[in-house]
Ligand binder design. Structure first.
Ligand code: HQG
Length: 188
């Protein structure tokens, strides 16, 4: 029997399911997100049940509260839920405030993407933003998801001075539309 760990427990499965429907494919369970990403919790539970996924409000609240990356938030009135970043669905267009970034930010990627990135810059791909972190550790973990990790350093202050906008999601993830090659440096 497989050992139950932090990375395969039932709450991780719920977190993955929430990421899937709240970031990428709400239509898979007939769920509507507003442009800020909010979904009605009741509708989420009903939609999930329709596709055979049992979810209840307690489990949802537990996952939101304990989530390792604080990926989700519940509205002040307690009735809605959203993913705070990472969206690819066209139904969401979150209006994040523009904020001044720290001097340097980091992006973790896999070694096989580096040549392309150093030619084209960092592009958002299917998501709405390029995702950046303040620390190398997070960047390494992000890069490891796709292969041998490589850390890229982004001259965020210089980008900001040149007119590029930065945003920070509620869970600390930094977001920007793209990073041109001139502001990128491979570490190591
Ligand atoms: C790469 C996770 C070739 C980019 C993480 C990345 C993050 C290029 C991949 C969040 C490229 C996109 C996002 C170019 C970028 N040529 N490859 N020009 N520009 N790429 O998953 O940043 O756990 O959409 O380096 O922690 O890896 O889901 O983005 O490897 O915060 O909450 O294209 O997802 O958070 O992959 O990850 P992704 P990401 P969660």
């Amino acid at each position: 029997m497989q050992e139950l760990t932090m990375s395969n427990g039932p709450d991780v499965e719920i977190s993955r399911f929430l990421s899937f429907v709240l970031r990428h494919k709400p239509e898979a369970i007939g769920l509507q997100l507003d442009s800020e990403g909010w979904a009605d919790i009741e509708a989420l539970i009903t939609g999930a049940a329709r596709t055979g996924k049992e979810l209840d409000e307690r489990a949802i609240r537990r996952v939101v509260a304990n989530n390792d990356k604080k990926r989700f938030a519940i509205s002040e009135d307690g009735r809605r839920i959203r993913a705070v970043q990472g969206h690819s669905t066209a139904s969401v267009q979150r209006q994040y405030d523009a904020v001044v970034p720290p001097q340097r930010l980091f992006h973790g990627t896999a070694s096989r993407f580096v040549d392309s990135i150093l030619q084209k810059g960092l592009i958002a791909g299917s998501r709405h933003h390029v995702h950046l972190s303040e620390d190398r550790e997070t960047a390494t973990q992000v890069g490891e998801r796709y292969g041998e990790p490589v850390i890229l350093e982004i001259a965020a202050s210089a980008m900001h001075e040149d007119g590029f906008e930065f945003h920070q999601a509620e869970n600390g993830v930094w977001l920007t539309a793209r990073v041109p090659v001139d502001y990128l440096k491979r570490e190591g």
